[in-house]
Design a binder for this molecule. Structure first.
Ligand SMILES: Nc1nc2c(ncn2[C@@H]2O[C@H](COP(=O)(O)OP(=O)(O)OP(=O)(O)O)[C@@H](O)[C@H]2O)c(=O)[nH]1
Ligand SMILES: [Mg+2]
Length: 351
């Protein structure tokens, strides 16, 4: 018996007219009415837009809800699903779908939301994270980046730093502090791209990183995440915001994560636009674990005279302090390390 793949709710069995003959049995029913599978495009608290693996006539995406508490392990998050998640769902013709199962995730990108005291899910199952920043407007914030890098490394997601609005930057070398930080990230293994969504500068290189992959764009509000996507796919109807002149920061134009296709780079290319964040608090990382997820610190973990009890601040024989003195660890990264550890110790108390 050959059943057309994915035609779950409108069974088509070649050569047979279902279900009025003796083939009407449990196995046949189960096979024909098996749930559909799809990719979550966007997720709010209980409404999920899902793209079915097998296109349905007249419906490129399907609005789904979750029936009851069928998804396990999602309670700790603000929403149960994120763009990039793969799900199974049931759907009757002309009606909403009901999500029954979440497939295992290969990774998850989240942040801790201090206001709601919960984890905010931003993306799932991505091949690459793009941390977008600007060197000019909004102002460059290396500490924000260090936190995003930490989160990506803890989730096992490769990350590329994208410096947008290159058209506003007065050329390389004009700000030694910024240049030094960019060079240091590059030295420890994060590719750094300089692009402009406005002029198209550097966009070829960006495309070569995202082609045939699923990526997530992260960064402060106003750095130009949505503008970069618009530059890649001009016909997309995606909102681009303005900058708040008084504070020189974005206006939180994108309000929820959404997965968008970039057809020009292949059918297997997708990018998740996320809402801009004012601050980034790492999620599901304890203060004592920060050492293991900052990549130039990790090889030194446990090697201090006081082993893992070392606070890396004053102790003699501290390998981290030695690495800072010798330049293996940049002073500013060390400062980020201390601040993140400090903040995460506080988070433990409010979680
Ligand atoms: N000069 C210049 N302006 C840019 C560039 N890219 C984006 N902008 C401007 O920056 C502002 C913010 O752009 P968005 O794309 O909305 O920024 P966003 O990061 O998506 O912001 P949120 O959705 O709030 O997180 C808009 O006024 C854009 O026109 C660029 O390469 N050069
Ligand atoms: Mg946006």
């Amino acid at each position: 018996m050959e059943v057309t793949q994915g035609a779950a709710q409108t069974p088509i069995v070649s050569g047979l007219v279902p279900p009025y003959n003796k083939l009407w049995n449990k196995a046949w029913y189960k096979e024909c009415f098996r749930p559909m599978k799809g990719l979550v495009i966007s997720a709010s608290r209980n409404i999920f837009i899902v793209k079915p693996d097998v296109p349905q006539p007249g419906e490129t995406t399907i609005t789904c809800r979750i029936k009851g508490k069928v998804l396990k392990g999602v309670e700790q998050y603000d929403k149960p699903l994120a763009p990039g998640d793969r799900v199974s769902f049931d759907k009757e013709p002309g009606q909403q779908g009901f999500i029954r199962e979440l497939q295992d995730r290969s990774n998850l990108f989240s942040r801790f939301n201090r206001q709601s005291r919960s984890s905010q899910l931003l993306a799932a199952n991505v091949d690459l994270a793009l941390c977008v920043t600007t060197l000019v407007s909004p102002p460059f914030r290396p500490r924000f980046l260090d936190r995003v890098l930490l989160q990506a490394d803890s989730a096992g997601i490769p990350l590329v730093i994208v410096c947008n609005k290159q058209d506003l930057y007065c050329g390389e070398g004009t700000n030694p502090d910024i240049e030094e930080r960019l060079q240091d990230w590059s030295r420890i293994g994060y590719p750094v791209l300089r692009v402009s969504a406005r002029t198209g500068e550097g966009m070829d290189e960006l495309q070569s990183h995202i082609a045939h992959r699923f990526s997530v764009l992260l960064g402060q509000s106003g750095v130009g995440k949505s503008s970069l996507i618009k530059a890649l796919v001009p016909e997309l109807s995606i909102r681009v915001g303005s900058l708040n002149e008084k504070y020189d920061r974005g206006n939180h134009t994108t309000t929820m994560s959404v997965l968008l296709e970039i057809p020009g780079l292949g059918a297997d290319t997708g990018i998740i636009d996320t809402p801009g964040m004012r601050r980034f608090v790492p999620d599901h990382i304890e203060a004592a674990e920060v050492l293991f997820y900052m990549r130039e610190f990790a090889p030194l973990a446990g090697k201090c005279t006081y082993g893992l009890s070392c606070s890396h601040q004053t102790e003699p024989g501290c390998k981290i302090l030695e690495a800072v003195s010798s330049g293996v660890i940049h002073e500013d990264r060390y400062e980020s390390f201390l601040r993140i550890q400090d903040e995460l110790s506080g988070i433990l108390k409010i979680r």
